[in-house]
Design a protein around this ligand. Sequence first.
Ligand code: SF4
Ligand code: SF4
Length: 96
Amino acid sequence: MPETLTPIISSRKVRGRVYVDRNRCKGCGFCIEFCPPKVLSFSASFNEHGYHSPELVRPEGCTGCDLCGLYCPDFAIFAVREPRPVPSAERGASET
Ligand code: SF4
Ligand code: SF4
């Protein structure tokens, strides 16, 4: 790969954080269906309209790709990428 094509974001150094506006959700399940690593699932509880909204069941697997947000017809979910905390052992190694 040419040096000019280095990735901007390393998946190892970021994680996804998902935000759900539960009461906007209509329970269609698109976000769950189209999430590539399948880290979303319906919550057991109902929102104020009687729908099951999604929840992140495997947070460690979320990449923050925001496909869930792109597919949601009701703008009830979106995701962001944020830096993953570096474990202290790894931090020490990189500082030497
Ligand atoms: S941001 Fe991507 S990986 Fe995370 S829950 Fe949404 S679709 Fe799945
Ligand atoms: S795509 Fe949107 S409306 Fe459908 S289940 Fe997911 S959050 Fe709810």
